[in-house]
Unconditional design. Structure first.
Length: 323
């Protein structure tokens, strides 16, 4: 560190930054920095000729600390207060408990876990490292089922509602968040161990269905229990799925349908009727109809779990009921 540097706020640039350069560095809009300066007094220490702002390394470090706090769910006003206090005392900012934010442009989250607010803020800022870190923390702390149902899904829904109500803005936020949710789920899916004589669970989207995140979550949750799965992903052709079921002899087939137009009762019945094994001891798979697309659809003998937790309970129960 250069002589005279501050241990709590290491130098991040030798030359003071313009507002535009700092905004790009932090992943926020220049108007956000001006708003923070006006509302919370976190302005630059240096101004060049006229009204041009120049942000020193210490200014940048303070704002980076503020961004870390807002990414963890702390409202901007409290984040500014904590970051300024830490700058004055030369200590690292300590996060405080989050309260509901009323900031303009905030995602419509409602009454949710604190982690949702921090995740939403990081996603809107397109702060990929913060999104990845918070998703990993949620899965590590709560497990896949709770992290999916109480952190990932509420944030994804809030982004979707914001997109729908803002004239196609925030599409990039939804894409970034979805990508990192998928990455977190796959990264935290344990490698399968030895599974002697255990038939797998097949997970697939029905033909024409591209939404895979929910069955990726189910795949990860089943992996946490050590249950064998075969993930086939989006839009699996009926013929290919039927062939896979005949080859694998699975304990169950999970069919995900997000939209009613994609749900195929005929495919579900066809899979449920597949039999294999020696004569006199033939078996057939349990069929699980997952997703809102199956609403109002009835397939005899098929399971219809309402939540990820219900699906995990139903599928893990198959291994208790069968030899």
């Amino acid at each position: 560190m250069p002589a005279g540097g501050d241990a709590a706020y290491p130098a991040v640039a030798e030359v003071p930054l313009t507002t535009g350069a700092l905004a790009r560095r932090l992943g926020v809009a220049p108007t956000t920095l001006r708003s923070w300066e006006r509302r919370y007094g976190v302005g630059p220490a240096v101004r060049a000729e006229g009204r041009h702002r120049r942000w020193t390394p210490r200014d940048v470090a303070l704002l980076e600390a503020m961004c870390r706090l807002t990414s963890s769910g702390v409202p901007a006003a409290e984040a500014a207060q904590v970051a300024k206090g830490a700058a004055g005392s030369h200590t690292e900012p300590v996060p405080v408990r989050n309260r509901k934010s009323q900031a303009p442009g905030a995602l419509p989250l409602g009454d949710v876990r604190q982690e949702c607010r921090g995740l939403a803020r990081a996603a809107v800022r397109l702060d990929a490292p913060a999104v990845e870190r918070q998703l990993a923390d949620a899965v590590g702390q709560y497990g896949t089922v709770v992290a999916w149902q109480e952190v990932m899904v509420p944030t994804l829904h809030a982004v979707g509602r914001k997109w729908a109500s803002s004239g196609d803005r925030y599409v990039e936020v939804e894409h970034l968040l979805s990508w990192h949710v998928s990455t977190a789920l796959r990264r935290h899916t344990p490698l399968p161990g030895p599974q002697v004589d255990l038939s797998p669970i097949v997970l697939a989207c029905v033909p024409g269905e591209q939404h895979t995140l929910p069955i990726e979550a189910l795949n990860a949750a089943l992996g946490e229990l050590g249950l064998p799965t075969r993930m086939f992903g989006a839009a699996v052709p009926a013929e290919a799925l039927t062939a896979a079921v005949r080859r694998l002899g699975p304990a169950a087939v999970v069919l995900w349908a997000q939209a009613r137009s994609a749900a195929s009762p005929s495919l579900a019945r066809q899979l449920a009727d597949i039999r294999w094994g020696v004569k006199g001891a033939r078996r057939q798979p349990s069929v699980v109809l997952a997703g809102p697309g199956w609403s109002g659809t009835s397939v005899r003998g098929a399971l219809r779990p309402a939540t990820l937790a219900d699906a995990v309970d139903a599928l893990s129960g198959l291994y208790v009921a069968r030899p």
